[in-house]
Design a protein around this ligand. Structure first.
Ligand SMILES: NC(=O)c1ccc[n+]([C@@H]2O[C@H](COP(=O)([O-])OP(=O)(O)OC[C@H]3O[C@@H](n4cnc5c(N)ncnc54)[C@H](OP(=O)(O)O)[C@@H]3O)[C@@H](O)[C@H]2O)c1
Ligand SMILES: *[C@@H]1O[C@H](CO)[C@@H](O)[C@H](O)[C@H]1NC(C)=O
Ligand SMILES: *[C@@H]1O[C@H](CO)[C@@H](O)[C@H](O)[C@H]1NC(C)=O
Length: 322
C-alpha cells in the first residue's frame, strides 16, 4: 500500500516539475512599452500569433494583423480590442502562398503607414499534403519561407527608417528534428522529386534560421536587429493538416496530450514577445532563441554558405533579382 502511495507521489511531483520547468517554462518579464510604435504580426488570427498580437497591443502598439482569412482576423481583432482596451488594431489581407498577395499587402502598408518598428513573421503551415502555392512553390517552403522572404525584403526600407527596430521569425526545433541530414536540396527546393511532409516542414524552418543569419549580416549597423526562435510545443491548430499525412499524428496531437504536455498559446507566445521587446537582446542580432533565452540551432542552421545560396535562390524565385 505505502509503496504505491510513494510511487504515485513521485509520479505526480515529477510531472508537476516537468510541467513547470520543461513545458510551461519562463515568461517574458520585460515591461517595455510600445506607444507610438507599429507592429505587424502575420497569421495573427489564431494560435500564438493572436496571443503575440494581444501582448503588443497591451504595450500600446498599433498592431496590424496580417491574415489570409480576414473574417477570422476581424473576430480576433475584436477579441484583442476587448481584452486590451486598444483601439489601434487593424486587419489586412495577406496570403503568404501568393507572391501577388504579398506585394499587394506590402504596397498597402507602404501607402498607409509611416513606420514599422517590429515585424513578426509568425504565420506557418505544417505537414500538409503535396500542395503548391499560387506560384508553383512547394506549399511549406512557399508559405513559411519564400512569402516571408519577399515580405521582409519589401519592408526593409521602412523598417530601417524606423530603427531601432526588430524582425522576428518564428522558426521551430523541427529545423533540426525533421530535416534530413543533407539539409535543403537546392536542386529540388520544391520537392518535385521526392516529397515528405515532415521533412518539407523542417527544411522551411531551417530556411528561417539561415535567413535570420544572412539578414543580420546585411543589416549590421542599421539599428535593425533580427531574431529567429522555437516557440515550444503548443496547443494550436498547426497540426490541422498533419492527421491525414501520418497515422501517429492524432496520437501525438490530441486533447489529452495537449492538456498534459503542451503549452497554451499564451505560454507559447513568450519567446516571440521576448525577441520583439526585451531590453536584454536589443543589441543581439541573427541569433536563435528557445524558452525565452538564446539557444544553439543545429549545425546545418549555422552554415553561412547555405544561407548565401538560399538567399540567392530565393531572390530569383520571388522575382527580386535585379
Ligand atoms: N504549435 C507548435 O507547437 C509550434 C512549434 C514550433 C513552431 N511553431 C510555429 O509557430 C508559428 C505559429 O503557429 P501556431 O502554432 O500558432 O499555428 P496556427 O494556430 O495554425 O496558426 C498559424 C497561422 O498562420 C496562418 N497561415 C497559414 N498559412 C498562411 C498563408 N498562406 N498566408 C497567411 N497566413 C497563413 C494561419 O492562418 P489561417 O487561420 O487562415 O489558416 C494562422 O493564422 C508557425 O510558424 C509554426 O511553424 C509552432
Ligand atoms: C525571416 O525569414 C524570412 C524567410 O525565411 C527571411 O526572408 C527573413 O530574412 C527572415 N528574417 C529574419 C529576421 O530572420
Ligand atoms: C545596447 O547598446 C546601447 C547603445 O550602445 C546601450 O546604451 C545599451 O546599454 C545596450 N544594451 C544592452 C542590453 O547591451
Amino acid at each position: 500500500m505505502s509503496f504505491w502511495l510513494i510511487f504515485g507521489g513521485v509520479i505526480v511531483v515529477g510531472y508537476l516539475l516537468l510541467r513547470r520547468f520543461a513545458i510551461v517554462g519562463k515568461s517574458c518579464t520585460s515591461k517595455a512599452r510600445l506607444d507610438g510604435k507599429t507592429v505587424i504580426v502575420t497569421g495573427a488570427n489564431t494560435g500564438i500569433g493572436k496571443e503575440t498580437a494581444k501582448d503588443m497591443a497591451r504595450r500600446g502598439a498599433r498592431v496590424i494583423l496580417a491574415c489570409r482569412d480576414t473574417s477570422k482576423a476581424d473576430k480576433a481583432a475584436q477579441e484583442i480590442r476587448q481584452d486590451t482596451g486598444s483601439t489601434n488594431i487593424v486587419v489586412h489581407k495577406l496570403n503568404l502562398a501568393s507572391l501577388q498577395s504579398v506585394r499587394d499587402f506590402s504596397q498597402k502598408i507602404l501607402d498607409e503607414e509611416n513606420r514599422l518598428d517590429i515585424l513578426i513573421n509568425n504565420a506557418g503551415i505544417m505537414m500538409c499534403p503535396q500542395w503548391e502555392t499560387e506560384d508553383g512553390f512547394e506549399m511549406q517552403m512557399g508559405t513559411n519561407h519564400l512569402g516571408p522572404f519577399l515580405l521582409t525584403n519589401l519592408f526593409l526600407d521602412l523598417i530601417k527608417k524606423s530603427a531601432p527596430s526588430r524582425i522576428v521569425n518564428v522558426s521551430s526545433t523541427a529545423h533540426s528534428l525533421f530535416t534530413p541530414a543533407g539539409g535543403i536540396d537546392f536542386d529540388d527546393i520544391n520537392c518535385k522529386k521526392s516529397y515528405d511532409p515532415m521533412a518539407a516542414y523542417g527544411k522551411s524552418k531551417l530556411a528561417n534560421i539561415l535567413f535570420t543569419r544572412a539578414l543580420a549580416k546585411r543589416l549590421k549597423g542599421t539599428g535593425v536587429t533580427t531574431y529567429s526562435l522555437h516557440p515550444g510545443s503548443i496547443q494550436t491548430d498547426l497540426q490541422r493538416t498533419a492527421a491525414d499525412q501520418y497515422f501517429w499524428a492524432p496520437l501525438l496531437f490530441n486533447k489529452f496530450t495537449y492538456a498534459f504536455f503542451f503549452k497554451t498559446p499564451t505560454q507559447g507566445a513568450q519567446t516571440s514577445i521576448f525577441c520583439a521587446v526585451d531590453e536584454s537582446v536589443a543589441n543581439s542580432s541573427g541569433k536563435y532563441y528557445d524558452a525565452v533565452a538564446e539557444a544553439q540551432p543545429s549545425k546545418l542552421a549555422q552554415d553561412d554558405n547555405a544561407a548565401m545560396r538560399l538567399w540567392e535562390i530565393s531572390e530569383e524565385m520571388v522575382g527580386l533579382k535585379k
